[in-house]
Design a protein around this ligand. Structure first.
Ligand SMILES: Cc1cc2nc3c(=O)[nH]c(=O)nc-3n(C[C@H](O)[C@H](O)[C@H](O)COP(=O)(O)OP(=O)(O)OC[C@H]3O[C@@H](n4cnc5c(N)ncnc54)[C@H](O)[C@@H]3O)c2cc1C
Length: 317
């Protein structure tokens, strides 16, 4: 019987860093099982073993990816029953949270989202009200469902590798009956940059970029970073809404968040305040962003960013 069950959707050729983080965290809760949706190749299976996973579950039907989240929650509920796990960990993505909510209803389980830390007894920590308070919460139900933010811990393989048992889980026949089916998919043009919510470094721009994200993109590319934005920048149409960081956008917790031309409104802070190191560039020394910045540069981003990019390029050789 496992203590924790981690959901990994579409593991792909190699597991994402956020999945490895969940596996590392789950081990702190005890014996870990994984419910995979989608194909699991040999490399990904070997990685699960390296992270100490004892059991891997797969759905009896291969078409869950053809539907929106409902059938995935039904599968996960069946995997929880099969594994005996009392803690379920998912990514804190919009889809992860939606599956968590539906799973919570199916299992009458407490759901805690936006988790930034979990203790061995299942107590979850959150950073709330734009990072002004840290709260602790523990579900009182037999099973707890937690969605965990990315970039909180460094992935660590287990001291002793395992060879996980692989088992099929029967997805209830009615799981797909009334579910919304995906009728078409269109690949998003690849930017070559990491996914915003998972990136170790984010370079974000606000109204101060005045329509020109060029200097931010150049810095992002030398750092291997994702590009984010304030709502002022996305509302102005300078960059897509999927780049918006904040209360009504993406929540990020990178190792480094570079904020350029952003004033640091509470709604912006809500999405980035848990970043490990915050560097702010703003021409107004009184800007509130400097209250949360670890390093602040009072200056014009169009002068500061190209200098930073040139220096990093030089040091990289
Ligand atoms: C319900 C609600 C939800 C919201 N959700 C979000 C959200 O998810 N994310 C979000 O970001 N906002 C959100 N907002 C909006 C938020 O309140 C702010 O209006 C927004 O964050 C401001 O964006 P900004 O900092 O880019 O612009 P501004 O506040 O206009 O700041 C621009 C900054 O750029 C600086 N600047 C200008 N030129 C330069 C230059 N050349 N070099 C350096 N610095 C320069 C200025 O000094 C200024 O500090 C929300 C608001 C509401 C009401």
């Amino acid at each position: 019987m496992a203590n924790a069950l981690v959901f990994i959707d579409n593991p792909g050729a190699s597991l994402k860093k956020s999945s490895l983080e969940l596996l590392t965290l789950a081990r702190q809760l005890g014996e870990t099982a994984v419910a995979v949706n989608g194909e699991l190749n040999d490399d990904a299976a070997a990685t699960l073993g390296a992270y100490g996973v004892t059991a891997v579950y797969q759905p009896s039907s291969n078409d869950l990816g053809d539907y929106l989240v409902g059938p995935k929650a039904a599968y996960l509920a069946a995997a929880v029953a099969a594994s005996g796990a009392t803690r379920v960990l998912l990514e804190n993505s919009p889809e992860g949270k939606e599956i968590a909510g539906r799973l919570g209803i199916k299992l009458s389980a407490g759901v805690i989202t936006d988790v930034v830390g979990v203790e061995a007894d299942g107590t979850a920590h959150k950073s709330v009200l734009a990072g002004s308070y840290n709260t602790s919460a523990k579900a009182t139900t037999p099973v707890a469902v937690l969605t965990v933010k990315a970039n909180l811990i460094e992935p660590q393989p287990a001291d002793t590798a395992t060879t996980p048992e692989v088992a099929k889980v029967e997805v209830p026949a009615d799981a797909t009956a009334a579910a919304a089916r995906i009728s078409s998919r269109e690949a998003k043009p690849a930017s070559g940059r990491p996914d915003l919510s998972e990136a170790r470094i984010v370079v974000a721009g606000g109204r101060g970029v005045d329509g020109d994200f060029g200097p931010l993109e150049e810095l992002a590319d030398v750092l291997g970073a994702a590009v984010g934005a304030s709502r002022a920048a996305t509302d102005a149409g300078w960059i897509g809404h999927d780049a918006q960081v904040g209360q009504t956008g993406v929540t990020v917790s990178p190792q480094l968040y570079i904020s350029a031309g952003i004033s640091g409104a509470i709604q912006q802070k809500a999405g980035m305040q848990t970043s490990k190191v915050i560097v702010a560039i703003n021409k107004d020394a009184e800007s509130p962003v400097f209250e949360i910045a670890d390093f602040g540069i009072v200056g014009d981003l169009f002068k500061v960013l190209p200098q930073a990019t040139a220096e990093i390029k030089k040091r990289k050789g």
